[in-house]
Design a protein around this ligand. Structure first.
Ligand code: NAP
Length: 285
């Protein structure tokens, strides 16, 4: 029988707080500027998972008092056609945020499309300009999931100054930006990846362990220092349902605090997208 000693970090509750804060700030923005922030989303093809993500984002925009417009393009759309739309949205005075839902069909280079997004409207924080600003230590729009990880740590009251932080995963979307943000918060940061030697031993150094890998239950109790704070970004669909990159039950016996999957990092991503859309609108005033 497992004993959960760790505190559960409730991503749903923290996300609800962020969304409530954004809603109040959107109302203030509307009073001051006479308009509401607007998010434009673009989807190419009818991937069912992407359709659900986009529908959730539009619903969240509405609940925050923001406007959203959706562009659904045929699966045969060419890269040039998509680049044309992205450019048009960049010039549209009524649009504050642009989100192109990934993955894209094979005929389209996602890097070329992301690079074409106006950095001031890049609410996913993925353009080379925003990645560069983050690397430079002067963040512009920050990727939503990494921003959500930091918000969870802030809400939990984790003191990052001088803390040993280990991030497993080095993707442009999650691992690298999380590592940059932790470094900016004065943690001592180690980034692990598929070639890391003795992953459990490296992870055991962590006061704060962030897993962003995509391998179900990769990190067990042998990878966690007693008393560590564990943030599990992983979202893996298995025959037993959704699970993270951390083996929750054994790790919850040794960690001080841990995010569940689902209900941890997941809800933060949309909340931070709303916060980014508001920030982009404010920066354009
Ligand atoms: P990704 O682009 O596939 O990157 C995975 C990273 O993990 C890579 O850096 C890879 O190393 C590393 N890795 C793979 N196998 C490893 C192993 N056995 N040991 C150590 N490192 C290993 O994935 P991602 O986009 O960052 O996403 C990571 C996870 O987060 C996925 O489960 C995804 O579904 C989830 N996610 C969740 C949210 C959310 O809202 N909660 C948002 C985004 C992503 P190399 O670089 O050496 O290949």
């Amino acid at each position: 029988m497992s004993t959960i000693a760790a505190r559960l970090i409730d991503g749903k509750a923290v996300a609800a707080k962020v969304r409530e804060r954004v809603r109040a700030e959107v109302a203030a923005f509307e009073r001051e500027s006479g308009r509401v922030p607007a998010l434009a989303t673009v989807i190419v093809g009818a991937d069912p998972a992407s359709q659900i993500y986009i529908a959730n984002k539009h619903k969240a925009c509405g609940e925050a008092g923001m406007r959203s417009v959706h562009h659904e393009l045929d699966v045969e759309t060419t890269e040039n056609e998509l680049l044309e739309l992205v450019g048009q949205l960049g010039r549209d005075e009524q649009v504050d945020g642009i989100l192109v839902q990934l993955p894209l069909p094979p005929q389209i280079d996602p890097d070329a499309v992301v690079a074409a997004i106006d950095p001031g409207k890049d609410v996913d924080g993925l353009t080379p300009t925003n990645a560069g600003l983050l690397a430079h230590g002067t963040p512009g729009l920050v990727p939503c999931t990494p921003a959500g990880v930091m918000e969870l740590l802030r809400d939990e009251g984790v003191d990052l100054k001088g803390a040993e932080a280990v991030v497993v995963g080095r993707s442009k979307l999650v691992g690298v930006p999380v590592a940059r943000l932790l470094l900016s918060a004065n943690a001592t940061v180690t980034v692990c990846h598929s070639r890391t030697r003795d992953l459990p031993a490296t992870c055991r150094r962590a006061d704060v362990l962030v897993a962003a890998v995509g391998v179900p239950r990769l990190l067990g109790a042998d990878a966690v220092k007693p008393g560590a704070v564990v943030i599990d970004v992983g979202m893996n669909r298995t025959d037993d349902g959704l699970c993270g990159d951390v083996d929750f039950d054994p790790v919850a016996e040794v960690a001080a605090a841990i995010t569940p999957v689902p209900g941890g990092v997941g809800p933060m991503t949309i909340a931070m997208l709303l916060a980014n859309t508001l920030a982009a609108a404010r920066a354009r005033v």
